[in-house]
Design a protein around this ligand. Structure first.
Ligand code: DGY
Length: 317
């Protein structure tokens, strides 16, 4: 059997994949183009892909033998799952193993934006630190503040755990109540509007779906406190980026910490890069060596199970 892997992945994943198939790996640092990928999947049985690869009906039609698509990520909005299902192709992802690493990063962004850490770093490096003074780089307290979590799933729950260590009050908005978060951290389920109006920090942990696209737009930003900080480690299109830029410039909200963007990679010329009140990261929520290794192992296990016609350990369809 043949498998195509769309980027170098940790060795541990390759070793597992090699037990079931002949492997070919895209050697580039940048993803293959649609056409390049189409050429490479023509006679493969399995595909291990990343969130940078668009796996849609057209691509699947170029791969008549394909029986499994294994995504090395928990989010899979780059894959047309219905098109895979219609063709009898199994889809897998890597939930669970990146939960805490991503929650760590969300909290790091929250702290960095609140306490203006990147600004401080830039000031020191640029020779702008001349003396100690009372309001020099004064930021906002995180401890005892109100944190609004939109999407109390696995990652949202772990962010709430971190917040409880900072004695924050946790509000959350979700279609489903999370009794465990309520019991463990005193989290309170409220409407989205109430969450936006009452939170000092708002952090997003929803998948990207039609219903969550531009979930945070001009209206929602206007409901937030002018002192509030928005954190996004979910998917870029959950936030209307133009509206956010405007809100940051006009002082509708105080600051933001962003790991994800409407179009990635974010251009170095994007207007957001000109603002001091936003912390920008290059989609590294799950990027610890241990977690990326575990993700590669699960993605490879999904792939091998799919090739063998067995149930995937982490199925999407
Ligand atoms: C995911 O897994 O969906 C992340 O965005 C990448 O770590």
């Amino acid at each position: 059997m043949k498998v195509y892997i769309t980027r170098e992945i940790p060795e541990e994943g390759l070793t597992i994949a090699q037990t079931a198939a002949e492997i070919e790996v895209w050697p580039g640092e940048l993803p293959p183009t649609r056409e390049q990928l189409a050429e490479r999947v023509r006679d493969v049985d399995g595909l291990l892909c990343l969130l940078t690869d668009a796996i849609d009906g057209w691509l699947l039609d170029q791969a008549p033998k394909l029986r499994v698509v294994s995504q090395l990520a928990v989010g899979y909005d780059n894959i047309d799952v219905a098109a895979c299902t219609a063709r009898g192709i199994k889809v897998g992802n890597t939930p669970g193993v990146l939960t805490e690493t991503t929650a760590d990063l969300a909290f790091a962004l929250l702290l960095a934006a609140a306490r203006r850490l990147p600004e401080g770093d830039r000031v020191v490096r640029n020779g702008g630190w001349h003396t100690w003074s009372p309001l020099f780089l004064a930021g906002r307290d995180v401890h005892h503040a109100v944190l609004g979590i939109i999407g109390m799933g696995r990652i949202g729950y772990e962010v709430a755990r971190r917040a409880s260590g900072f004695q924050m009050q946790v509000l959350y908005a979700d279609a489903q109540p999370n009794a465990q978060a309520e019991r463990d951290f005193g989290a309170r389920l409220v409407t989205m509007d109430a969450l936006l109006e009452n939170s000092d920090f708002v952090t997003l942990h929803t998948p990207l779906l039609p219903a969550t696209t531009h979930l945070i737009g001009e209206r929602e930003l206007a409901l937030m406190k002018p002192t509030a900080v928005l954190v996004n480690t979910s998917r870029g299109p959950v936030v209307d980026q133009r509206a956010l830029y405007k809100a940051l410039v006009e002082g509708t909200i105080a600051a933001a910490g962003l790991d994800v963007f409407e179009h990635e990679p974010l251009s170095a010329n994007d207007p957001l890069t000109q603002l001091d009140n936003v912390v920008l990261l290059p989609h590294i929520g799950s990027a610890s060596i241990a977690t990326r290794t575990r993700m590669a192992v699960i993605a490879a296990e999904n792939l091998v199970a799919g090739l063998r016609g067995e149930p995937l350990p982490c199925p999407v369809n």
